[in-house]
Design a protein around this ligand. Structure first.
Ligand SMILES: *Cc1c(COP(=O)(O)O)cnc(C)c1O
Length: 475
């Protein structure tokens, strides 16, 4: 499997060659040159596999330059009992027509663990092939940073420098990051907001000499290794919801699928993996894209007009991991939708005017690619959390609540929508407590986590201070 750039300016390269970046040298994003196919027979052969075994098969479709036995030991470690309780991703139908796919059973209680734990194995493998070390520099508003630190805390040759906005994360998010004691994990709280953190990262990355000297790299949401690892749980969830069907019923799914996924979305990373899985042949009926009040993607999939917004028009909401108004992975879908030639012209138009009108392609986005979309408000989230608690005695988090709301609103009578549970309720306790009008009971795990000593270096919003820290502490 070879990867090329959406902008056409990169020689085809293998999975391990694109793993440490995701961004092509011409500024585009790497995409698979051709998509592999997953046939009905292959799916049936995979039905008895464990999550780790399935992960080796699905990721192996993309990572053809990693030997199969090495890939299997990587996924066995990434999805083993130390990091995820069996079955890794629980899949549960709560009532006729709607269910949950539990993506947040990992060490930091959000779906980003599933992809990041794989990178925690794959990145050291690539480094060992090439020789060298990697200093991951990133900015987080909460979930990505903790998932990255927990994935790389024991990875040889890798250090993590993670910027977070001082005083703006939840208590659990802070504790998950700041309680780590490994000398390769560096938590840096910036006196500023998330955008300030991101700008510091951009500023250092723009300094090519500094970046090369200190071996800086990223594991952000455009990383294709993360996308490949996210495809696994779409295949897994489809297998689990069809376990109870007869062979004839399973065959019928390939003609007229009943199962859809509803995906709380921000950077379009999670749902893009769903799109790839569907394109490869897994019979997914539709992909529900759910946003919060930051509804740029809902606007695109309902009108065909994509109009990214600047950070001053991005609201702080109660599903904060989706407070994004420029979805970095959307470029990959636009390339698939338009084809390389038209993509080039339309992308240039987007860059010069700040928006692009693809309403002529809307029908295809819906009919061929199966996308539908919706957005929700704070009140919708509270109502969804209260509903799931009252009817199913389950706590869902505010992001999952966005997915639930849109699933309820758009589901067709003969459709079953599986809502992606992207975080645990305990991680966003305040909003869940507001919805239930009572504090949610804490668990011993959470109490122990919150009681641990924390280490974080607080700095002013200054690139020079950050440079000094990296100069002193980089591998
Ligand atoms: C990151 C995140 C999202 C958004 O996922 P994308 O891949 O950026 O679309 C949704 N929910 C939670 C809890 C997250 O951490």
């Amino acid at each position: 499997m070879q990867f090329i750039s959406t902008r056409g300016g990169m020689n085809p390269a293998g999975f391990t060659e694109v793993l440490l970046d995701g961004l092509a040298p011409d500024g585009g994003l790497v995409v698979p040159e051709h998509l592999p196919t997953i046939t009905a027979d292959v799916l049936e052969n995979w039905r008895t596999l464990s999550y780790a075994e399935l992960a080796a098969k699905v990721i192996g479709l993309f990572a053809t330059d990693i030997p199969a036995d090495e890939l299997s030991s990587m996924t066995a470690r990434a999805y083993g009992p130390e990091r995820f309780p069996a079955p890794v991703v629980p899949v549960e139908l709560l009532e006729d027509g709607i269910g949950l796919v539990g993506l947040s059973e990992g060490p930091t209680m959000a779906f980003k663990d599933l992809a990041m734990q794989f990178l925690g194995q794959a990145v050291p493998h690539v480094l060992s092939l090439r020789g060298g070390v990697l200093n991951i520099l990133g900015a987080t508003s909460g979930d990505t940073g903790s998932a990255a630190e927990h994935a790389f805390r024991n990875s040889p040759g890798v250090a993590v420098f993670m910027l977070s906005p001082a005083g703006r994360m939840s208590a659990v998010q802070r504790a998950q990051m700041y309680s780590l004691t490994e000398p390769t994990i560096h938590n840096i709280a910036v006196r500023g907001v998330f955008d300030d953190c991101q700008n510091l990262v951009k500023e250092l990355n723009a300094d090519a000499a500094f970046k090369a000297q200190y071996h800086l790299g990223a594991v952000n949401s455009i990383n294709f290794g993360r996308i490949a690892a996210q495809c696994v749980y779409y295949v897994w969830a489809w297998l689990r919801v069809t376990d109870v069907l007869t062979p004839e019923q399973r065959r019928a799914e390939h003609v007229s699928p009943r199962f859809s996924f509803s995906v709380p979305s921000g950077n379009f990373g999670n749902i893009y993996a769903g799109h790839l899985t569907r394109e490869m042949g897994v019979p997914v009926r539709r992909l529900f894209l759910a946003t919060n009040e930051n509804n740029v993607l809902d606007e695109f999939f309902s009108t065909g007009v994509y109009r990214p917004r600047s950070s001053e028009y991005t609201y702080a909401t109660s599903s904060p991991s989706m407070d994004i108004s420029k979805a970095s992975n959307l470029e990959r879908f636009l390339w698939a939708l338009l084809g390389p030639e038209e993509f080039k012209i339309r992308w240039a138009g987007l860059e010069s005017s700040g928006e692009v009108d693809l309403s002529a392609h809307l029908e295809r986005m819906h009919q061929h690619f199966g996308f539908v979309s919706g957005s929700s408000t704070h009140q919708d989230r509270l109502a969804a959390i209260a509903e799931v608690h009252a009817e199913h005695d389950r706590l869902i988090d505010p992001h999952t609540a966005d997915g639930w709301t849109v699933a309820r609103r758009l589901a067709e009578p003969d459709e079953t929508v599986m809502v992606m549970e992207t975080a645990k309720a305990a991680k966003f306790e305040a909003t869940v407590a507001e919805a239930l009008r009572s504090p949610i009971p804490s668990t011993p795990d959470i109490e122990n986590l919150l009681a641990l000593p924390q280490w974080v270096e607080e700095i002013a919003n200054s690139a020079n201070t950050l440079r000094e820290i990296i100069q002193k502490q980089a591998l």
